[in-house]
Design a protein around this ligand. Structure first.
Ligand SMILES: [Zn+2]
Length: 267
């Protein structure tokens, strides 16, 4: 599946999977670390970084549903690692720096989901639970969903120990195909693949799941990486928004990344 870079002022600002945006019904982005401006409020108010709705992320499996204004208070009241909404022009997002940002889009019921899936969220099956929650709240049929998995730490860089491996069987049936053993105690984990398989087990056809195959630790020119930067706190904001049928979404500028300084990304 292809992806492209959106460019603004000569720097890569965010990456998208065009397959998710077919028809212009959603607008989404996996922001890189290279920029800092906000969107002008007159262009796309919901996409100002201070208006992207994010949960209190704790690597759990809490799922919040935003259907009306009052739900916004709930989102800020306790931890949620996944947000769902059927409101147009309401941008939802997750912060990441190695964990996988994951989008769900139901074109029939016009609803979207944003999921933050690190290894803890993965073994708690947050992606599968988010699909089930979309069915419960919006009537979503999993086979209709389009999904996208954004940049995350790859198996090239993600060594995990027994505390992770012992719990992987509860994450998905085919967990062994997302783990590459190094020795009895350690293995490399493919977080994107584990979540892709979890979405397939939830009923989404494989050809409706896009993956942006970029490792946040290998590509620190583009991304913050918790492991690659030895625990520094920089994070990227990733967002998805149902539009009112815009065929050509506005091209946004980057929000500030959370935490340390932003560098100018180079491809
Ligand atoms: Zn890597």
């Amino acid at each position: 599946m292809s992806y492209h870079r959106c460019m603004a002022s000569g720097n890569p600002r965010f990456l998208t999977l065009p397959s998710l945006e077919a028809g212009g019904e959603v607008f989404h982005g996996f922001w890189t670390r290279g920029g800092r401006e906000f969107l002008p409020s007159s262009t796309a108010p919901a996409l100002r970084v201070d208006r992207v709705i994010t949960g209190i992320q704790v690597h759990g499996d809490g799922i919040a549903v935003i259907r009306e204004e009052a739900d916004l208070a709930t989102v800020k009241s306790r931890p949620f690692d996944a947000l769902l909404t059927d409101r147009s022009e309401t941008a939802i997002g997750v912060y990441t720096a190695d964990c996988a940002p994951l989008w769900l889009f139901d074109p029939h019921h016009r609803a979207v989901g944003a999921v933050h899936a690190g290894w803890r969220g993965t073994v708690r099956r947050i992606a599968g639970k988010a699909v089930a929650a979309m069915t419960a709240h919006f009537g979503t049929r999993p086979s209709d969903l389009l999904a996208a998995i954004g940049p995350a730490i790859g198996p090239c860089c993600y060594e995990v120990g027994r505390e992770v491996l012992d719990q992987m069987p509860q994450a998905l049936t085919r967990w062994d195909t997302a783990v590459f053993p190094l020795n009895g105690e350690k293995a490399r984990l493919d977080l994107q693949k584990a979540n892709r398989l979890q979405l397939q087990e939830a009923g989404i056809p494989s050809d409706r799941i896009g993956v942006l195959p970029l490792c946040t630790s290998c590509r620190r020119d583009l991304f913050h990486s918790y492991r690659g930067e030895r625990g520094k706190k920089g994070q990227m904001l990733n967002f998805i928004m149902l539009t009112n049928g815009l065929k050509t979404p506005p091209s946004p500028a980057l929000p500030p990344s959370r935490g340390e300084e932003q560098g100018g990304g180079k491809f």
